[in-house]
Design a protein around this ligand. Sequence first.
Ligand SMILES: [Zn+2]
Ligand SMILES: [Zn+2]
Length: 307
Amino acid sequence: MITDIPAPDDFFCSGWRFLDYGWSQAIELLIDIRIQEDELQPDSTDIHEFWELGRHNLITSLALVQQGIELLLKGCIAEVSPYLLITQPQQWPGKCDKNDTFFSQFRTIDAQDLIKVYDTVRENRLSENFKGRVDELRKHRNMTFHGINKSTIVEASEVLRAVFEAVENLNSGKRWLEVHKNFLENTPISRINDIDYSVKYRMMKEMEIIVQNLKPEEVEKYTGFRVKEKSYKCPWCGRVARKYGGEPKFVQERVDKDGITKSLYCFCCCENIETIKADCQSPDCDSTFLDEDGVCLICDHENELDN
Ligand SMILES: [Zn+2]
Ligand SMILES: [Zn+2]
């Protein structure tokens, strides 16, 4: 028999890890260029050279994302049956019918067949749009690996879009920012130092970059944050911002998992925020949410609490 058969989650976790590497490289560049703009006001030559040097990071990022997508596709196929990932019997390892054989010793189907298998065995087929994107990424990766990338231009925001699209289309139900925050929280240093503040600070910076670089409708589709609607300040991110800087402004009302009740959710903490529902007493403020100490989540007014 075949032993050590991988679980779908093994593929998903590896796939997300690849996406996370690709994502982090790309968003790092966008963070760097934004800080430079604030401080030094680089001229157009500096900016051109910045992206020229960053081109290789972005090409690698996109190749990592493509690899991640293949692993997520394998995870989705393995949810139906992991045996679908194994090639035909002519290519099976010798004597596998006589001795127990590890799954990893079997050849798996080619990357370009993954979508065909997915669409054949899963209840819902992938959208034509997403299939086209995956195909483009595969061609791009092949070109990169054969060294034909001299003129390839990759936009950092394209990498972010590709990651969001991958998670949106493969294994629905997961939000990328939650997956990504989990990776940030589980870096090796997290076992030595308390990194709660640095993770929140990083998530705040990344949310600003996402809002600046994607269209409002894309931000809503991928994260749930509604750019043009009222947002509140997160008390937890606020503490981080007071110490390190950053804007703790990514809190909005969101429908809970039960589909009925609503809570205030912070898109940087990726958690619901405990609040008091009460009108802010400041005359110019229309906020209806205060933190547990009575501080308004819009204007910071310190409200008197009844009890
Ligand atoms: Zn927060
Ligand atoms: Zn207020």
